[in-house]
Design a protein. Structure first.
Lengths: 354, 344
């Protein structure tokens, strides 16, 4: 990336416990540009949520190492005052559980006013009208009337919109949304996806979207990271990842997703995601991987292979160390049914050091 | 579909389940939540009927009422021609089993897998002689390893393995009908496919009949033969899977399908139908067609036609029973809408 990214994460590692620590996030790196939407997708235990909480100092009982630079400023090890101020104005957060975000005993309006005044020097009256305009911006009908309602008086979808309004109170440049549509009905979920798209466009804001739902991620994100057991195993544009996935996990994950438009042979990934207190050696996917080679994939951590244009996969199958590399890859890619005919097979993949 | 007319395993007619709403200090009955409000369907042996709808549409209440966990307010349920509306007997409890959404909360954490699966056999006093061997066979049937899993506790298993235990337990009494209530909703995607595949295989091997309750149309697409779309306590469309999902006739079905986020490498033209508002309160459903306040098709109707949607509740008519055909197509489907697609 040529210009300085808004957010630059380098070798982020988050662990819990002193002896025999559980490493939930194991050395991930990425950058986020201004106005960009980046999606992080993965299943339970992938470390998605812990990784974004680690960015802004929301890990209480664990150790965060590595570097997180926000507009060039280091956040790992920053004072809690500094982190609070970044969370108040630079970075807004939307979490999955809408109920937990609001105090049930106070009105939605009062809580948004408080969030507005915490980051901006406004009179009570001005903050109130700002809160009402935020409620309106996120699509709550009759915002003045709903201002005085308690959280329980909001439906699930409205509560999620109100949470987004609160996250916008400090006029953030980056919104981090962790499973923002999980648990919502599809028709409500679709409205939230629209809202995020509009907000990013109108506010020229960046969005870091975390979800287990590839459908939601692919609707919003031009770039996608795939996490598995605490590591990023593949990254690329939506077109690269969904059209010509390289990592055997990404390929298998795509084949396991049921498609609403066609009935197909379902291909589960054998086994289950690993437990992080005792992760597999080498590539963490190797016990479930159809391409795994004993003595290679279970040894050292795999290298990251560059397929060009920002598409990378961390896998031995594309190196000389692995006997079946390219053959395996072609067959698997072709059986992904929704392959876009866009990205042609990459030229000679080059190993990169990371 | 004429062969469907013969001997359904389960037959539900005009089923209603209303819950009283009480208010004031005297807790007087002031209204009713019409969770299930006049639902009829037949379930043939060996088929999978999916009930799909969003939260609050009444699909779970329908499932619970059908298996006797809840008493119907009105209407009839027959299992093999015998009415069960007055309460279910032990034979029914043996032949109809349920698989629940959350394998984490429905398994007794202090029991081993072997005991959990054997429990229905103990309750019904079955297989006293070879219970352990039978349970081991069942574990193998659902893709678990008897050696490793028979003596395991639920917390030692993954989510997918726990759901397999739930399925083994449901199979223990060799039932005819399984009611599957959101059986994969709590599971990771990569694990989901394995459970759906298992359910398909079990049905083929054992001739099981499934009533699948789901909010997820993608899951329904993978396993169902027929689908009923439920909205505010009523079926709005019922028909063969391909008929309903490939060419939805009811505007709600159309909107629901269009809302599902597709996984696509290239963005597709946005043809989503955006429904205004949220589903209305089932204790005070709209007059006329319950969907009319959110319906995107009413804009295309002239005033007189649109007035009908407000005035008259469209019935879901059963074609096979000789009722009025409203779809205008000879596809066996029924739709609760006043207007045929070509009239819109």
């Amino acid at each position: 990336m040529p210009e300085t990214p808004l957010l630059h994460v380098e070798n982020l590692r988050t662990s819990f416990g002193r002896e025999n620590p559980l490493v939930a996030v194991d050395g991930i790196s990425y950058g986020l540009r201004e106005g960009e939407t980046l999606g992080i997708v993965g299943e339970s235990g992938a470390g998605k949520s812990v990784s974004v909480r680690s960015l802004v100092g929301l890990i209480d009982d664990g150790d965060v190492e590595g570097s997180v630079r926000w507009r060039g400023e280091e956040l790992v090890g920053a004072s809690s005052r500094k982190l609070r101020s970044v969370r108040g104005s630079g970075i807004g957060m939307v979490f999955q559980n809408a109920e937990a975000a609001f105090d049930p005993s106070r009105t939605v309006g009062a809580q948004i006013v408080e969030a507005v005044r915490a980051s901006r020097d406004l009179s009570k009256r001005a903050a109130r009208s700002e809160a009402i305009s935020l409620l309106e911006e996120v699509g709550i009908g009759d915002p003045e009337g709903r201002f005085g309602d308690y959280p329980h008086e909001y439906s699930g979808g409205m509560a999620q919109r109100a949470i987004i309004a609160m996250a916008l109170a400090g006029e953030p440049d980056l919104l981090i949304a962790d499973e923002p549509t999980t648990g919502l009905d599809v028709s409500v979920q679709a409205g939230i996806v629209d809202l995020f798209r509009d907000l990013v466009a109108e506010r020229d804001m960046s969005l870091l979207l975390i979800s287990h739902d590839l459908g939601v991620v692919s609707q919003l994100s031009e770039r996608i990271l795939v996490m598995y057991a605490g590591r990023i195993i593949e990254r690329g544009s939506r077109k690269q990842l969904l059209g010509s996935p390289r990592h055997p996990y990404t390929q298998a994950f795509l084949r396991s997703v049921p498609d609403v438009d066609v009935r197909k042979d379902l291909e589960p990934i054998r086994g289950a995601p690993p437990s992080l207190d005792d992760p597999p050696t080498g590539c963490r996917f190797h016990p479930r991987c159809p391409a795994a080679e004993a003595g290679i994939c279970d040894g050292e951590a795999p290298p990251t292979v560059d397929f060009g244009d920002g598409h990378e996969a961390t896998c031995y199958a594309y190196t000389d160390a692995h006997p079946g590399g390219d053959d395996y890859d072609r067959a698997a890619v072709e059986s992904v049914e929704w392959e876009a005919n866009g990205t042609a097979a990459a030229d000679e993949p080059a190993e990169v050091d990371r | 579909m004429s062969e469907r007319a013969a001997d359904p395993l389960l037959s539900v007619r005009n089923l209603k389940r209303h819950y009283p709403v009480r208010s004031g200090i005297l807790k007087r009955k002031t209204g009713a939540v019409r969770a299930v409000d006049g639902v009829s369907f037949d379930l043939q042996r060996g088929e999978t009927l999916a009930i799909v709808g969003e939260s609050g549409c009444g699909k779970s209440t329908l499932a619970e009422t059908v298996i006797g966990l809840d008493e119907p307010t009105a209407g009839g349920i027959e299992f093999e021609g015998q009415s069960i509306a007055g309460g279910v007997d032990k034979a029914f409890r043996r032949r109809v089993q349920m698989v629940f959404q959350d394998p984490f909360s429905t398994l007794n954490e202090r029991m081993t897998v072997g005991r959990i699966v054997a429990e229905p056999l103990v309750i019904h006093d079955q297989r006293a002689d070879d219970r352990a061997a039978y349970v081991r066979d069942l574990l193998e049937t659902v893709g678990l390893d008897p050696e490793n899993h028979y003596d395991a506790f639920p917390h030692e298993l993954s989510g997918g393995q726990r759901q397999r235990v739930g399925i083994a337990r449901a199979l223990a009494l060799d039932p005819d009908l399984l009611v599957l209530d959101e059986p994969v909703s709590a599971l990771d995607v990569s694990v989901r496919a394995g459970i759906l595949e298992l359910l398909r295989d079990l049905q083929a091997e054992r001739g099981l009949t499934y009533l699948l309750i789901s909010h997820d149309v993608s899951v329904v697409r993978q396993v169902a033969d027929r689908v009923a779309v439920m909205y505010l306590g009523e079926f709005v469309e019922l028909g063969d899977l391909g008929t309903v999902l490939d060419d939805p006739a009811h505007p709600y079905t159309e909107a629901l399908l269009s809302s599902v986020p597709r996984v696509r490498a290239e963005p597709e033209p946005d043809e989503r139908i955006r429904l205004p508002g949220s589903p209305p309160d089932p204790s005070n459903p709209p007059e006329g067609c319950r969907f009319h306040p959110r319906c995107h098709l009413r804009d295309r109707l002239d005033a007189a036609a649109a007035a009908r949607c407000v005035a008259e509740d469209p019935a879901l008519t059963e074609r096979e029973a000789g009722g009025e055909v409203r779809t205008g197509a000879d596809d066996g489907r029924t739709v609760a809408c006043h207007f045929r697609p070509e009239q819109r």
